[in-house]
Design a protein around this ligand. Structure first.
Ligand code: ZN
Length: 186
């Protein structure tokens, strides 16, 4: 009897629709217009996350002829995709299918678009770049920084190879698809 009800339960949970990917963003130093740029980017990210194309692009990504990312923490493309879906940040490891982030807009003359540290959930974004970014650029940047929160890193200095690291490669895929999907109807 027990086995039967367990079986029914697991069948039921398979049939339930997957909960849509979500985001919970706290913003510091963002004016109303800045906030609306973030909201648009989040909306685009959600559309991309629900597309088959995003999954396909992650699973089929290749680095040096192999299906893998650089700086992947030993994770296969499938695992990288799974980690993204789960949304368990290192500092908030609840697998809630959600991007949990705290953003601060800051003024800096540096060439850094954004940065964060492993011991904080806050991500700093350089206004100099943010002001000229469109929705897809912001989606790329937010996703890049969020992937750091999931524990993926990359070399500090530019190289062509670095573009194949999880934050750069997946961020770029996100930005590219956000540009395609952002204006499509929900
Ligand atoms: Zn980075």
């Amino acid at each position: 009897m027990k086995l039967k009800s367990l079986l029914i339960l697991s069948l039921l949970s398979c049939m339930l629709p997957a909960r849509a990917f979500d985001a919970h963003i706290e913003m510091v130093n963002f004016g109303p217009q800045d906030q609306s740029k973030i909201f648009k980017a989040i909306k685009a990210i959600k559309k991309v996350m629900s597309s088959d194309e995003f999954k396909k692009r992650i699973l089929n990504f290749t680095f040096r002829g192999e299906k893998k990312f650089l700086d992947n923490k030993g994770h296969s493309n499938e695992v990288v995709f799974q980690k993204i879906l789960e949304g368990g940040e290192e500092l908030y490891p609840v697998k809630n299918g959600q991007m949990d982030m705290e953003l601060e807009l800051m003024e800096s003359e540096s060439k850094t678009v954004g940065y964060t540290y492993p011991d904080t959930k806050r991500i700093w974004i350089n206004r100099k770049f943010f002001d000229s970014f469109d929705t897809a650029d912001i989606a790329n940047n937010l996703f890049h920084e969020w992937l750091h929160k999931l524990g993926y890193d990359h070399a500090p200095d530019y190289s062509v190879e670095r573009n194949s690291s999880v934050p750069y490669a997946v961020g770029s895929i996100m930005g590219e698809l956000a540009r395609v999907y952002e204006d499509q109807n929900d």
